[in-house]
Design a protein around this ligand. Structure first.
Ligand SMILES: [Fe+2]
Length: 188
């Protein structure tokens, strides 16, 4: 289950309904997906895509996505830091950013045109859809691992366009999720 922090409001949302409502207000789609049959996080890309085929097809029809793949990055990935450095500054894309998390954890910061920045920690089972044009940035959590299904409207559109606002500098790329709650959760 995702966790949403709103630093400006000193608020942390852990309840699915509250998270979905707040993200919907900001134009972000959030869903929890179940596989059609049990599939280990280490399964092949083809097996993963098959287990979530119904959800993928629904989203394709809904959002005009034409392809889906599985991305897998971890501490051993060559050039990981260079890859992450492309996305940890505020940017937008000309197509939606759609991710369903299979393994690992990541942290999206979303800066709506109006309203406070939302820090969204995503974990396995979470689907997030960030519409084209949305200002955002992304970091991995401490394990520096993420495996995710991606959906594309047109992979040619998949380049970050930087706002150069520097907004990301005001927010720590730190995840709070299970295992990192001690000392943080009680105060919120
Ligand atoms: Fe992005």
């Amino acid at each position: 289950m995702a966790l949403v922090r709103i630093p400006e409001e000193h608020a942390t949302l852990r309840d699915r309904e509250a998270i979905t409502r707040r993200l919907t207000e900001a134009g972000i789609v959030y869903e929890r997906w179940e596989p059609s049959h049990p599939v280990p996080a280490s399964a092949s890309p083809a097996e993963i895509l098959d287990a979530y085929n119904a959800e993928i097809e629904r989203l394709k029809t809904d959002g005009g996505y034409v392809t889906a793949d599985v991305i897998d990055v971890g501490p051993q990935t060559p050039g990981l830091d260079a890859m992450l450095a492309k996305f940890n500054r505020e940017h937008w894309h000309d197509e939606d950013e759609v991710r369903f998390i299979i393994a690992g954890k990541g942290l999206f910061h979303i800066r709506p045109r109006t309203g406070p920045v939302l820090a969204i920690e995503v974990e396995p089972g979470d689907l997030i859809r960030v519409p084209r044009g949305t200002w955002h940035w992304f970091d991995l959590c401490e394990t520096r691992r993420i495996r995710a299904i991606r959906l594309f409207q047109d992979s040619a559109g998949w380049t970050p366009r930087y706002t150069e606002s520097g907004a990301e500098r005001g927010f720590e790329p730190v995840c709070l999720g299970p295992g990192q709650l001690a000392g943080h959760g009680a105060a919120r």
